[in-house]
Write a protein that binds this ligand. Structure first.
Ligand code: NAP
Length: 378
């Protein structure tokens, strides 16, 4: 009984550490979003310190929690969602800081796959006599930082697709009108998704048709806007586009094929954009898998896809969509409206892409919009 009670307390503290870790998603890349909770069992089990990875990745969660607890660190149990680092950076390694602070026991949710850490942090803590328990809520911890794990282990970001459609999966009316299919509240949720991603990608078709900003415009969260990426094989992005106009504040990367006119590239560069060359696939389109590698090498861990039908279809075809947020309005446009997803060349049911629906939520009663969240079935 005592044992299972204490286990539940440990789970609760690790859950709290995961909760605060999530605050870093979207603004700590290329680093993982980590949480740390410090508890003094001898002081009625009180939480004496909490910390999460700060914007741009520094300081680390452990440093913040130790500072927050001050002298109360000594003898505390630490709940950390990712193995503490062991390598020297601009600051001493977190493993060393935890030892110096007098922490007596540490629960670590999961090992850090970064080759500079990968077990070394845990070894360092154990060699100093600290009791280290690894694997508490490991699945949840890996899921929270799936972007970081994908970048380190698979050289690509975690890909999140956002769709906003009618009930019959249309994104435009017959006349091309698309603004707005879903209501204000659904769009606000979309903006929150932007804040929790490192980069957002769209096609030049959407830039020309809709002239979007692709920033997060929720009050107070503008600074959490992601890097904006445009797939644009022939540098058709207008210099007057809003996305270009805001490039000095919110970076814009334009991905194009080799040998584009240097005058166009220079014009976009002088307006603050970054031009990146990528390979072409066997259909003559910019190669999505290669682009994901390029983006991951630049440190992006969580990529949000918000394009028109062509880009959406390309991402589904490459099988790289890990998570799908589908906002659906109770409207019908019928045939003739623009489809959200185009030809996938799937002849047999057995070849359908499979997803698990993890969430269905009503966004607001007035519009009747819903959000469904799916994860790719592995
Ligand atoms: N309701 C919604 O949620 C929503 C969201 C976004 C867009 N839209 C609507 O969608 C329409 C635009 O559709 P769209 O399909 O033209 O836009 P898109 O998918 O955003 O852009 C397509 C363009 O991106 C470029 N591209 C480069 N590499 C690509 C690749 N691997 N795969 C696909 N595209 C690639 C191509 O132009 P190049 O060959 O020149 O490179 C292509 O024509 C607009 O009417 C817009 O209003 C609706």
């Amino acid at each position: 009984m005592v044992n299972s009670e204490s286990q539940q307390v440990d789970i609760d503290h690790m859950r709290a550490a995961l909760q605060i870790a999530g605050r870093g998603l979207g603004n700590v890349w290329p680093n993982p979003a980590v949480g740390c909770v410090l508890v003094r069992e001898d002081l009625s089990g009180n939480v004496v310190g909490r910390g999460w990875t700060q914007p741009t990745g520094r300081p680390h969660a452990e440093t913040v929690a130790i500072k927050n607890a001050g002298k109360l660190c000594r003898g505390a149990t630490a709940y950390v969602t990712l193995e503490p680092c062991a390598h020297e950076g601009e600051t001493p390694p977190c493993a060393e800081q935890l030892i110096d602070a007098g922490i007596s026991k540490i629960f670590v949710a999961t090992i850090d796959p970064d080759e500079r850490v990968s077990g070394a942090g845990i070894a360092r803590l154990r060699s100093s006599g600290i009791s280290v328990i690894v694997g508490l809520l490991e699945t949840e911890a890996r899921q929270l930082n799936e972007g970081f794990f994908h970048r380190v282990e698979n050289d690509r970001p975690y890909v999140i697709m956002k769709l906003a459609t009618t009930m019959d999966s249309k994104i435009t009316a017959q006349n091309g009108e698309s603004q707005w299919i879903t209501g204000e509240q659904a769009r606000r949720r979309g903006h929150l998704l932007r804040a929790r991603c490192d980069a957002i990608i769209t096609g030049v078709g959407t830039v020309i048709a809709d002239n979007p900003s692709m920033t997060c415009r929720l009050p107070g969260l503008e600074r959490c806007s992601p890097i904006r990426i445009i797939l644009d094989s022939h540098l058709r992005t207008p210099v007057a586009a809003k996305i270009v106009e805001h490039s000095h504040r919110f970076p814009t990367w334009i991905i194009t094929r080799a040998n584009q006119p240097s005058s166009r590239a220079d014009e976009l560069i002088s307006n603050g954009c970054n031009i990146i060359e990528a390979e072409i696939d066997n259909k003559g389109l910019l190669d999505i898998a290669g682009i994901c590698r390029i983006i991951a090498d630049k440190g992006v861990t969580r990529l949000l896809v918000e394009g028109g039908s062509k880009l959406t279809t390309s991402f589904f075809k490459t099988g790289l969509v890990d998570e799908l947020h589908w906002f659906r309005a109770p409207k019908l446009l019928g045939s003739g409206g623009g489809e959200a997803i185009g030809e996938m060349n799937i002849n047999n049911l057995k070849d359908a892409l499979l997803f698990d629906r993890t969430t269905v939520r009503s966004i607001d009663k007035d519009s009747g919009d819903i959000e469904e969240i799916f994860r790719r079935r592995k």
